[in-house]
Design a protein around this ligand. Structure first.
Ligand SMILES: Cc1cc2nc3c(=O)[nH]c(=O)nc-3n(C[C@H](O)[C@H](O)[C@H](O)COP(=O)(O)O)c2cc1C
Length: 387
């Protein structure tokens, strides 16, 4: 059993065990990958203030996100095709999150369906919605999420059109993988993954196949999704979806203060400062750099969360001390899942928790609500002087 001490350890094992096509799918950004890289490297520019001789007994990382208790200010972000990283991936990640006490968000583009995850868990999870042209399908999805007792709807706003990731095109990404000579050669070295997949509950997009007329297998699904994302999505439509849902709504993909103000106007319960993990607009600012201006604009009126680039508990600490109420992790949990299934996601959460807890203590803070800007050393030009 390898000794896992950090998220990077999980990534190394994941790379060995997962088919190349799915590793590349997760570990890529769009076009030149500038935003993908800067999401991570911009966290490094912020430093932590070490404080000493402060009683650090009785510490806790517990807090709340949209009024729900969480063991630490972290939720699992919606990640499409999670069930291709590892058999029944969404079920395993949801179970790990539930046991740890953090929210799990199921993607519209998941392999396990809403119903599969509801059946395999005991507490409500969150559902992420992509708005599609087929409004009947969207309404049915919303109803299914309600029936499954999902406790929040996360509406993703930064994917009306798909950013290009070169490797996905070159690898011919599909679920399940198409058997070309190079895929077969690669899969032959991934016996653990293959054995798991033989027993998997599903190998297609579980929220879609069988729920949309004309989509019964993966062959015509790719074409359907490429055509289906709604390019006409606007704030009016978002307000209507919010009404239809009737519960807590989190708007994901806000990177600009003006959009944050619009989110406020449509009555979002929270927003996620996010650039989709650098997978959409290459050249966009990193989430952590965008956070201060968004907090200045709306931070006292709506809960602000952040994702993109979190790979350690120190990153979580930096985002929260800057003013985020919570964070989301994408790749950090996918690495764990692809490396070791449910146990791997639990390990990822444990690693992040330990890093957050110890870093908080060394900053002289015992509780999440004691974290504020005074914990951080932020370069004067961190936000950048953009024109
Ligand atoms: C492989 C992969 C698939 C993703 N699929 C979705 C998705 O289906 N819906 C969505 O809203 N965001 C999706 N995202 C974006 C994540 O929700 C999140 O914003 C991003 O992963 C955060 O960056 P991080 O991976 O650096 O933590 C995906 C991200 C990855 C890496």
């Amino acid at each position: 059993m390898p000794v896992i001490t950090c998220i990077e350890d999980l990534k190394r094992i994941y790379k060995r065990r997962a088919p190349r096509m799915f590793y590349d799918y997760a570990e890529s950004g769009s076009w030149t990958e500038q935003t993908f890289r800067e999401n991570v490297s911009d966290f490094d520019q912020i430093r932590l203030r070490q404080r000493v001789a402060v009683d650090m007994s009785g510490r806790s990382t517990a807090t709340q996100m949209i009024g729900q208790d969480v063991a630490m200010p972290v939720a699992l972000a919606p990640v499409g095709l999670t069930g291709m990283q590892c058999a029944d991936g969404e079920i395993k990640a949801a179970r790990a999150a539930e046991k740890f006490g953090v929210p799990f968000t199921l993607s519209t583009m998941s392999i396990n369906s809403i119903e599969d995850v509801a059946e395999a868990t005991t507490k409500p999870f969150w559902f992420q919605l992509y708005t599609m042209k087929d409004t009947d399908f969207v309404s049915r999805l919303i109803q299914r999420a309600k029936d499954a007792k999902c406790s929040a709807l996360v509406i993703t706003l930064d994917l009306q059109i798909l950013g290009q990731r070169h490797k996905d095109l070159k690898n011919g990404l599909s679920a399940p993988p198409k058997l070309t000579p190079s895929t077969v050669a690669n899969l032959a070295t991934k016996w653990r993954w293959g054995l798991g997949m033989l027993g998997a509950k599903r190998r297609h997009f579980g929220n879609i196949v069988g729920h949309v007329e004309g989509v019964s297998d993966a062959a015509n699904l790719g074409a359907w999704t490429a055509e289906q994302f709604d390019p006409t999505l606007d704030w009016g439509k978002i307000a209507k979806i919010k009404e239809e849902w009737g519960g807590p709504v989190i708007l994901k993909g806000i990177l600009d203060a003006e959009d944050a103000k619009m989110a406020l106007q449509v009555g979002a319960d929270a927003i996620i400062v996010s650039n989709h993990g650098g997978r959409q607009l290459d050249g966009a600012i990193s989430s952590i750099k965008a956070l201060p201006s968004i907090l200045d604009a709306v931070g006292d009126q709506v809960e602000v969360h952040l994702d993109s680039g979190i790979r350690s508990g120190q990153d979580i600490l930096k985002a929260v001390a800057m003013g985020a109420k919570g964070t989301f992790i994408g790749r950090a949990f996918v690495y764990g899942l692809g490396a070791m299934g449910e146990q791997g996601v639990t390990t990822a959460l444990n690693v992040l928790h330990k890093e957050l807890d110890i870093s908080m203590a060394l900053c002289g803070r015992r509780r999440i609500d004691e974290l504020d800007r005074s914990v951080l050393l932020v370069p004067e030009d961190f936000g950048g002087r953009w024109q």
